[in-house]
Design a protein around this ligand. Structure first.
Ligand code: ZN
Length: 115
């Protein structure tokens, strides 16, 4: 359930509301449950860590392929840059979503108090 919400870039709290609108823009709060996405100042700094991992995973098959065909060193740079530029919207969105879902698992928000 959570994995599907993560893949569909849905709210880490209710698993239904969209996190993003547009390519680079996030909703400040979940449109469904109202949960604030940026829980504290600098909250998304940890997402950079996941961005590095996703970028590495994206480049790795191309680097292996370049190694196998015996490409010169500059090709690693140009291919990596091209792959990262093309995938940067996906890496940006999924690095934030992975961090938000992991944080919600480790430190869940409390359900709203009745009344
Ligand atoms: Zn929500």
């Amino acid at each position: 359930m959570r994995l599907r919400a993560l893949l569909q870039l849905r709210c880490p709290h209710c698993l239904r509301g969209p996190i993003f609108h547009g390519v680079w823009r996030m909703h400040p709060n979940c449109p469904v449950c109202g949960a604030k996405y940026e829980r504290e100042e600098g909250y998304f700094m940890m997402a950079i860590f996941f961005g590095y991992i996703l970028g590495f995973v994206a480049i790795l098959p191309f680097a292996i392929w370049l190694y196998l065909v015996g490409a010169a060193l500059p090709w690693y740079f140009f291919v990596s840059l091209t792959v990262l530029l093309i995938l940067s919207p996906l890496i940006f969105r999924y690095s934030r979503a992975i961090w938000m879902h992991l944080d919600e698992l480790l430190d869940p928000r409390r359900p709203p108090k009745p009344g």
